[in-house]
Design a protein around this ligand. Structure first.
Ligand code: ATP
Length: 202
């Protein structure tokens, strides 16, 4: 079973595309959601986070204090690396055991952090979802109520379109110009062919 990365910047449409692949029958590992669940439910990870980032990292009911951690991690790159060093191995081992429960020639890993994911695990191919910045800001404003400058701030911390272009094997354009379903189906077929060819080589 091959692991395929599905990435894109804020509001690009990763989750929307992930849903289309799920409808085709492709299992999707939602990295951000799983990481968040692990940070709350994995006792060893939660203790390590509380130890290194303070007991304020969790609310009294055990849920993650995202604002506290984001304040620490996004104001200091060293602290962000520290947090990633705790969370990524837990995600990698969760992904590995999740994959053993899936069926099919490939699974998708939806991730906003492509470089970190590539450092953590081997991706057979990478799909990047891209959309114009103004459209992404408008969609996120509608979805989360964030102002365009707040979205811009987050965009500036993420990979640029040029970086995504250089790292991705497939680009999905989500500007409303081309059918998302057609693009997903074309990529699905191409992946099946590539995986079959790889199988024949081995
Ligand atoms: P984030 O990284 O911020 O979680 P994302 O890349 O997963 O975002 P989505 O949540 O899939 O992006 O899409 C952002 C918003 O734009 C959602 O509200 C979604 O419904 C909407 N959206 C995505 N694609 C389209 C489209 N082609 N037409 C209209 N709305 C869209």
């Amino acid at each position: 079973m091959q692991l395929i990365g599905l990435t894109g910047g804020i509001g690009s449409g990763k989750t929307t595309v992930a849903h289309i692949f799920e409808v085709i029958g492709v299992p999707v590992y939602p990295s951000d959601l799983r990481a968040r669940q692990l940070m709350e439910k994995d006792g060893a990870l939660a203790s390590a986070i509380a130890h290194q980032f303070g007991s304020r990292s969790y609310h009294p009911d055990g849920t993650l204090n995202v604002a506290h951690l984001a304040d620490l991690a996004f104001s200091d790159p060293a602290r962000l690396r520290e947090l990633n060093a705790l969370v990524h191995p837990a995600v990698a081992s969760d992904l590995e055991s999740w994959m053993t429960q899936q069926a099919g020639p490939y699974v998708l890993m939806e991730t906003a952090l492509l470089r970190e994911t590539m450092a953590m695990t081997h991706l057979f191919r990478v799909i990047a979802v891209m959309a114009d910045a103004d459209l992404r800001k408008e969609r996120v404003r509608f979805r989360d109520g964030l102002e365009p400058n707040q979205v811009q701030q987050r965009m500036s911390r993420q990979l640029s379109d040029a970086e995504l272009n250089s790292l991705a094997d497939y680009i999905i354009v989500n500007n409303g110009t081309y059918s998302l379903i057609d693009q997903c189906l074309a990529i699905h077929n191409s992946l099946l062919n590539a995986i079959e060819r790889k199988g024949q080589e081995c």
